[in-house]
Design a binder for this molecule. Sequence first.
Ligand SMILES: NC(=O)c1ccc[n+]([C@@H]2O[C@H](COP(=O)([O-])OP(=O)(O)OC[C@H]3O[C@@H](n4cnc5c(N)ncnc54)[C@H](OP(=O)(O)O)[C@@H]3O)[C@@H](O)[C@H]2O)c1
Length: 340
Amino acid sequence: MTADQLPATSREVRLASYPRGEVTLDHFELGESALPEPGEGQVVVRNDWMTLGSVARDQMNPDTKLPIPVFQPGVAMWGRTVGTVVASRSPLLAVGDLVEHFSGWREYAVGDAHEFFRRDRALLPGPEYFLSQGPTAWHGMVDTAQVGEGDVVFVSGATNGVGALAGQIARLRGAERVIGSTGSKEKIGFLVDELGFDAAFDHHDGPAAEQLAELAPDGVDVVFDNVGGEQFEAAVQVASRGARFALCGALAGQHGTGEGGTPRLPLMQVITKDLTLRGFATLHTPDQIENWNDRFGAWLGEDRIVFPHTVVEGGVPALPDAFIALLERRYSGTVLVRLS
Ligand SMILES: NC(=O)c1ccc[n+]([C@@H]2O[C@H](COP(=O)([O-])OP(=O)(O)OC[C@H]3O[C@@H](n4cnc5c(N)ncnc54)[C@H](OP(=O)(O)O)[C@@H]3O)[C@@H](O)[C@H]2O)c1
């Protein structure tokens, strides 16, 4: 596509207002902005896929403590995306290159070539695979919790993009038993039958501590926590002596409702059981991303891992509905919206 064949405009989703509680379609607006020709050093990218996660709900809160920028009313939202370079005035990127970047929620992105990170298409089965949550799952499970041979592992919120890979990584690193929590019978089947978890429970079926203790009668050695709240408290109760916790998310408190982000912590249990509780924030450094993509490609090639994901069709206009469905827990795995 040459510069004169580029479309004149690009559709984008903007934040209409900050939600206080439940997110509805009224909090978004679909807009259209002129697509400028690239200036010196710039590229134009057609966005092909973007991923959605609950983190965007935090970014709709102007008071969030996240170390990333929040969305601004009236301005296009942003998020992790892959796309194809369709015009370039930079020696760094050529037309046809696959790039990963953060200018999602829109059809085309224009900017300095340094803001777009080239990916080797041959490494993974499809461009959408570059949007996996693997760097976070690896950072939490391996670098932070140091999972290893013989560990009994508990992953809370195990069906989401991070959790579904974290559990599989634990198994590949030698864990003896991997247990997940989720929100429905159907998702238990997904964890056990499709992802190879040894057991899973539905948090609706009773107190998490009782269900976890039943599935891990000798305790858990590693906890990868996406949820916080009651499930974190349960994991502390069931933890073995010396257990390592990787604190990844606090979904029970991230959606603008509930106290899940402030669980009770029985300090004497933490002390007497010699527990390590470690939060982590994955900054997606080039090393983290490249190491993961290499490893992911190799494991996929050997059929040792699967990429759990849900594909949503409909392009940019479908993004607000898809985001609300994500918050309503209707999807499993990484949520991928096809944009082109
Ligand atoms: N520390 C880091 O560096 C880092 C980086 C990226 C993401 N994160 C965090 O990792 C977590 C997972 O992120 P993700 O993008 O993979 O998935 P996500 O889209 O945030 O996960 C949504 C899924 O999580 C499950 N879930 C469990 N408890 C929930 C609750 N109380 N409310 C809503 N959903 C709940 C639901 O499935 P069920 O039906 O099974 O309940 C839902 O389908 C999030 O907390 C995110 O903020 C952390």
